[in-house]
Design a protein around this ligand. Structure first.
Ligand SMILES: Nc1ncnc2c1ncn2[C@@H]1O[C@H](COP(=O)(O)OP(=O)(O)OP(=O)(O)O)[C@@H](O)[C@H]1O
Ligand SMILES: [Mg+2]
Length: 372
């Protein structure tokens, strides 16, 4: 997949600009505040209907405007082009269309124009709480497995209802509908087993790609990723095991006013040389794992979707030494369209990226405003 051109109207600082991109490496160059990240955000918003920085469309509209518009021309690996348009007219009115057909739901576009973005916010993926990693894997698996997305939505609905029952009980006490909660837990056990199986299966695949990607960047340390299910699902029948765990934990849940067991508490943990990365990793070690996760994400998406994703790399070289940067640049060579932001071209050269050549385009983010 590649994006050939982009138009932004009233999107963040841009009033009305259009630009064309090269099919290999695109360098978005400009000083702080020039508008580099905004271009990545626009591309992401077109492909996933929302930004990686905010869910509030009001923040994306240029100060003083209520809406904004984005247009992108995408091309798949066969060269077939698609026009994607996103128009926000007000907080409540957002229209996304592909080839002039308006979409009814996000699910219609998720997975069609795959992107891998690496932005400073992604640092949370290795530094942050388990929740961040669960969200990451949920988003990744949802793109390749529509059944997984559906199961997640069902699980979230049940969990919400169950928690609100538990909360009401914790606050008011009184009568408690045990039959209803047993019914919910029956349904929850069923979908939990499905989620568990999908996670185990996909993560086995993902881990292979991750270790391979990491091994290309770093030979001295060893990385392991563990998926630990919150309910022990050993050999046997997972649905029954979940049902039993839910029955056993009901008393505790009633006491705490929340649901303590289930896949919403599963853990994904990174270990560097057998030590928890989150607790012991250095900044650069974190960043290298993050880059490996992103490369693995790209290969994972590509293997399922049969479409090479576009890489959006914001501030890629921060925290990395030159040796590691060179390895990253080396493994980026391939058939992907890449966007890299830079405040300083000399710094890119320093990190091993040749900034001249046919396969590379430099876009000066600070100057495009003038081209209207
Ligand atoms: N809704 C908005 N309306 C107008 N301007 C905005 C809006 N949101 C952000 N900006 C401004 O847009 C400018 C560009 O931001 P952007 O994050 O794209 O810069 P950048 O080139 O990535 O900078 P840096 O190198 O510091 O990361 C900033 O000055 C920011 O204050
Ligand atoms: Mg930026």
């Amino acid at each position: 997949m590649l994006i050939k051109s982009l138009t932004m109207i009233d999107f963040r600082k841009y009033e009305q600009v259009s630009m064309n991109f090269g099919s290999h490496t695109n360098i978005l160059h400009g000083e702080n505040g020039a508008g580099k990240t905004t271009i990545l955000e626009a591309i992401h918003s077109l492909a996933y209907t929302r930004s990686f920085k905010t869910r509030l469309d009001a923040d994306l509209a240029r100060h003083g405007r209520v809406g904004y518009q984005l247009k992108g021309l995408f091309s798949d690996h066969q060269g077939i082009e698609h026009k994607v348009r996103l128009k926000v007219e007000s907080a409540r009115k957002k229209i996304v269309s592909v080839d002039n057909n308006n979409l009814k739901s996000r699910a219609e576009i998720i997975g069609r124009f795959p992107l891998v973005s690496l932005t400073p916010e992604d640092g949370e993926l290795t530094f942050g709480s388990p929740e961040v990693r669960r969200l990451f894997f949920n988003k990744l698996l949802s793109q390749v497995d529509p059944a997984y997305l559906e199961q997640l939505q069902i699980y979230a609905r049940i969990l919400k209802q169950r928690n609100s029952m538990l909360q009401t009980y914790a606050i008011d006490g009184g009568a408690f509908d045990r039959i209803l909660i047993a019914t919910l837990d029956d349904q929850r056990a069923k979908v939990s087993a499905q989620l568990h199986q999908a996670r185990s299966r996909h993560l086995t695949e993902f881990k292979k790609l991750l270790y391979e990607a990491y091994g290309q960047l770093e030979q001295e340390n060893s990385l392991k990723m563990a998926f630990r299910s919150n309910v022990r699902v050993t050999a046997g029948e997972p649905e029954g095991l979940y049902r039993k765990a839910y029955q056993d934990s009901l008393a505790e849940d009633l006491r705490k006013g929340t649901t303590t067991r289930g896949p919403h508490r599963d853990l994904f943990t990174f270990f560097l040389n057998t030590k928890d990365l989150r607790k012991f990793g250095s900044q650069g070690e974190h960043k290298l794992v993050l880059v490996a996760v992103k490369f693995a994400e790209g290969r994972f998406l590509e293997s399922f979707l049969k479409e090479p994703p576009v890489f959006l790399l914001d501030d890629l070289f921060a925290e990395l030494d030159v040796k590691r940067s060179l390895m990253i640049v080396e493994s980026l060579r391939g058939d992907h369209q890449i966007f890299i932001t830079a405040t300083d071209l000399a710094d890119l050269r320093h990190h091993g990226l040749t900034v001249e050549g046919d396969s590379l385009q430099v876009i000066d983010a600070g100057k495009i405003q003038d081209h209207g």
